[in-house]
Design a protein around this ligand. Structure first.
Ligand code: ZN
Length: 269
């Protein structure tokens, strides 16, 4: 079978979707997505982006697989414990589709390396588990003009928003202050139901597919909140804050803040 025929067959179920079609599928193949954090959000996001036919995937994570990851980080199995997450994640992505170009970096995201990591990617997926890293990615993406899919999850719920610089609000418009640890514990402190991480990682993959193909309406300027414990689902409008320190009319943050300003930088969820 010719390569092109094989691609058409492989992605036939995508191509059949009117809003994607052959042009959208070609767009996905020529696109690049950086996933920061190969954890509870990054696992499903990477699986679905690889399966969707995205041409280039970048993966950033500094951590190794441990037993506590396995309730939600579906890229990994018992056999992977102790291995670098980025190595296992890259293997899984290549196993899904050997033609994907994969770049894997075993690094913490810092103010020093963030621009070199995100440079050249069409969109970034935030799969991290600390507000410090989420704000760092937000600031860097806004300054560099690269769209960012944000999600945050805890226990039975979470929220998602897409940040398209110049078109909509950013994370600092939604949350003017970095929430304190007391108000916003991490998953390692307060827990997370694995399937809920799966829902939000899948929402992020869907946002990326829509953004890249131009299908439908994205979560730019809207925050989607889901509480699966009582099945409350809300989409709220978020206005751009003209006084936002990074995307406002007179921004004071013109380069990513150093690690000391954000506290400890970590990339686990
Ligand atoms: Zn903003």
């Amino acid at each position: 079978m010719q390569r092109e025929e094989k691609e058409i067959l492989r992605f036939s179920r995508n191509i059949l979707v009117r809003e994607i079609g052959p042009a959208g599928q070609r767009k996905l193949r020529s696109s690049s997505v950086l996933v920061v954090g190969a954890g509870g959000l990054g696992s499903p996001a990477l699986y679905y982006l690889a399966s969707a036919g995205v041409g280039r995937l970048g993966i950033v994570d500094y951590d190794r697989v441990d037993l506590t990851n396995l309730n939600r980080q579906i890229l990994f199995t018992e056999r992977d414990t102790g291995r670098d997450k980025v190595s296992v994640a890259a293997e899984r992505v290549r196993a899904i589709d050997s033609s994907i170009e994969v770049d894997a970096w075993k690094e913490k995201v810092t103010a020093e390396n963030v621009f070199s990591l995100i440079e050249g990617f069409d969109i970034v997926v935030d799969g991290t588990d600390s507000f410090e890293t989420k704000f760092l990615l937000n600031d860097a993406c806004v300054i560099a003009g690269i769209p960012l899919s944000h999600a945050g999850i805890l226990r039975f719920g979470g929220q998602a928003m897409s940040i398209v610089p110049g078109e909509g609000p950013c994370l600092r418009c939604l949350l003017p202050q970095i929430p304190s640890r007391k108000d916003a514990p991490t998953c390692s402190e307060a827990g997370i139901v694995g399937s809920v991480a799966g829902i939000f990682g899948s929402i992020q993959a869907t946002e990326v597919i829509k953004f890249l193909t131009g299908a439908g309406t994205t979560l730019t300027g809207r925050v989607l909140s889901i509480d699966t414990l009582h099945w409350t689902i809300q989409t709220l409008q978020v206005e751009r804050n003209v006084q936002c320190p990074v995307c406002g009319e007179d921004p004071v943050i013109r380069k990513p803040l150093s690690a000391e300003n954000y506290g400890e930088i970590c990339a686990e969820r």
